[in-house]
Design a protein around this ligand. Structure first.
Ligand SMILES: C[S@@+](CC[C@H](N)C(=O)[O-])C[C@H]1O[C@@H](n2cnc3c(N)ncnc32)[C@H](O)[C@@H]1O
Length: 210
C-alpha cells in the first residue's frame, strides 16, 4: 500500500501521521494475513490516525474493516479513508469504550497500542463489552507492549512506561496476566502471544463458542 500521508502532512494537518503506525503496520499485516484469512468483519477499537485501517483494509480486501475511535480522532480517520477510497472501509464509528458500543457483532476485533493509553477501569470496560460485539469463535487481536510476571520486558519499555505515567498517571503498560484474566472473564481463551519488533507483542484470543 502506498501511504501518501507524508506528502499531505507537509501541506495540511488533515492527515494525522504516526511514525510508529507506519513502522509497525507491515509486521502486523504479516500476522493478520493468516489470522484474518477466514474472517469477514473486523472492528478496530482506537484506530488513532486511521493509518492501520487503510493499510490493512487495502491489503485484505475480503474484509470489511470498521474503524472506530473517540470523537476527536474521527476527522483524521475519515480523511485517511477518503484519500484511500477503499470500498471495504465504512465510515468510522464513534466508540469510546466507556460506551455506548455498536449493536453489531464482528468475527474479529483488533486494537493496537490502546490498553496502555486507557485507564485500567477503561481496560476492564473494554473487555466486559467484548462479548456483546463478538460472534462465537470471534478473534480478539491486541498489539502493543506488555509486562510479564510484573516486570518490564526491556529497558525501553520501562522508559516508555515512565514517560506515559509522567504525562498522565492513569496510563501505563499492562501485565499480560492481568489482561488475560479480564479476557478469560469475558469468555476468551488465549491462542497465541507473538513477539513483535521493538519489544511489542501481538496477542490473540478466541471467544469460546459456548
Ligand atoms: C497510541 S494511540 C494508538 C492508535 C492506533 N491504534 C495506532 O496503533 O497507531 C491510542 C488510541 O487509543 C484511543 N483510546 C484511548 N482511550 C480510549 C477509550 N476510552 N475508548 C476508545 N479509544 C480510546 C485513543 O483515542 C487513540 O486513538
Amino acid at each position: 500500500v502506498r501511504l501518501r500521508a507524508r506528502r499531505h502532512f507537509r501541506v495540511t494537518d488533515r492527515f494525522p501521521f504516526s511514525a510508529a503506525a507506519q513502522r509497525n503496520a507491515p509486521p502486523i499485516l504479516e500476522l493478520l494475513r493468516e489470522l484474518l484469512r477466514d474472517r469477514f468483519e473486523v472492528l478496530e477499537v482506537g484506530s488513532g490516525t486511521g493509518q492501520h485501517a487503510v493499510h490493512f483494509a487495502a491489503a485484505l480486501p475480503h474484509l470489511r474493516w470498521q474503524a472506530s475511535d473517540r470523537a476527536e480522532n474521527l476527522p483524521g480517520i475519515r480523511a485517511w479513508l477518503a484519500e484511500a477510497g477503499l470500498d471495504n472501509t465504512p465510515d468510522p464509528l464513534l466508540l469510546d469504550v466507556n460506551g455506548p458500543w455498536p449493536r453489531h457483532r464482528f468475527d474479529a476485533v483488533y486494537s493496537a497500542n490502546t490498553l496502555h493509553i486507557m485507564s485500567w477501569e477503561e481496560v476492564i470496560r473494554f473487555f466486559s463489552q467484548l462479548p456483546d460485539v463478538m460472534t462465537p469463535n470471534a478473534l480478539l487481536i491486541v498489539y502493543g507492549p506488555f509486562n510479564r510476571d510484573g516486570a518490564f520486558t526491556s529497558p525501553s519499555n520501562a522508559d516508555f512506561d515512565a514517560a506515559l505515567r509522567a504525562s498522565a498517571p492513569h496510563m501505563g503498560i499492562r501485565d499480560i496476566a492481568d489482561v488475560d484474566a479480564l479476557a478469560q472473564q469475558a469468555g476468551l481463551e488465549m491462542l497465541a502471544d507473538h513477539p513483535m519488533p521493538a519489544n511489542n507483542r501481538c496477542v490473540v484470543w478466541r471467544r469460546r463458542s459456548a
